[in-house]
Design a protein around this ligand. Structure first.
Ligand code: 2RA
Length: 329
């Protein structure tokens, strides 16, 4: 199977190439694609050096699937071109996520809704993916009324320029800035742009995408998203109120038997998820489980994942695996 990676020179594109190299997909050729200024550059896939090609050359090569990680406006302009050529697009930008005509997929939760007619499939926002993966088994057992989430998001979610800003600030060297403030020795309660309601787009992505993925508009979600000087992954403090009461041991049992989730909840031995140790891993790590005693049926939890992996590349590759396994491409 031929797969195109559109945005192959970016941070997520690079992670896509690594995750594809580790996957069981029967890849015959990877087509690395980027904007005109990057054509001719080299990217690494397994032990090969791939030469970056143009969008036109990529479409002409007729891959079965194109995984996009090139930003919203590129996706709006180019994904339909690929789809018209019969290529199934899995898109990592926010361009199609809330469109009623497009699917927003986290394979563990709603891949069964995909059909061969879905030619542009949206990959959710990183901070949403890791939260819903951890909450889904609990949602199925207890129902969810309300989620209050605060995030601690890695600079890798912004891209290379942000990682450079952090490293430059640490080294005391000058360089381009991704943020309007210093990020080292700081945190910035501002991810993506502000909306008229006072929330950021990132916060509203968590609200709206959660409902769409879970297929339940009644779940109330409120979010505060914060950028922190961390590289390995995103962390989230989640307070979740269930419809029905739960048993903490049963919650532990459910999470420890959920595919793609790793329970790290042994505080006596200082075991809890941390972003430093999620880097390069495909799973979602969950810990610090404790009852919120201030109201009924409510649980506090801490959720960590590598945002470039399960929050982006791994989820996209899992969608591709599902499409192939179910003869949808
Ligand atoms: C971030 N959610 O971390 C974004 C990346 N998709 O900024």
């Amino acid at each position: 199977m031929k797969i195109a990676i559109v945005g192959a020179t970016g941070l997520v594109g690079g992670e896509m190439l690594k995750v594809l190299a580790e996957s069981q997909l029967p890849v015959t050729e990877i087509i690395a694609v980027a904007s005109a200024k990057s054509v001719g550059q080299k990217v690494r896939y397994k032990d090969q050096e791939l030469t970056v090609v143009s969008v036109e050359d990529a479409i002409a090569a007729r891959p079965a699937i194109a995984i996009f990680s090139a930003g919203g406006s590129t996706s709006l302009a180019l994904a339909p071109e690929f789809a018209k050529a019969g290529i199934t697009v899995i898109d990592n930008s926010s361009a199609w996520r809330m469109s009623p005509d497009h699917q927003l997929i986290v394979p563990e939760i709603n891949a069964h809704t995909l059909t061969a007619a879905d030619k542009i499939i949206a990959n959710p926002n990183c901070s949403t993916i890791q939260m819903v993966v951890a909450l889904n088994p609990l949602y199925k057992k207890y129902g969810i009324k309300r989620i209050v989430v605060s995030t601690y998001q890695s600079v890798t979610g912004t891209g290379k320029k942000a990682v450079d800003q952090l490293n430059n600030e640490r080294a005391g060297t000058e360089g381009e800035k991704a943020y309007p403030h210093p990020i080292d020795l700081n945190l910035i309660p501002h991810i993506d742009s502000f909306l008229d309601n006072g929330y950021t787009k990132e916060e509203m992505k968590m609200v709206n995408e959660t409902k769409k993925i879970m297929g339940d508009d009644n779940i109330k979600v409120t979010a505060t998203t914060v950028r922190v000087p961390v590289i390995g992954g995103h962390s989230e403090a989640v307070n979740v109120e269930f419809e029905r009461d739960y048993d903490l041991d049963e919650v532990r049992q459910l999470l420890s038997t959920t595919e793609g989730v790793v329970l790290q909840d042994d505080v006596k031995n200082n075991v809890y998820p941390m972003p430093l140790f999620s880097k390069g891993r495909n799973e979602v790590f969950v810990g610090r489980l404790r009852r919120d005693d201030t109201q009924p049926n409510t649980l506090n939890m801490w959720i960590v994942a590598d945002n470039l992996r399960k929050g982006a590349a791994t989820n996209a590759v899992q969608i591709a695996e599902y499409l192939l396994k179910n003869n949808l491409v």
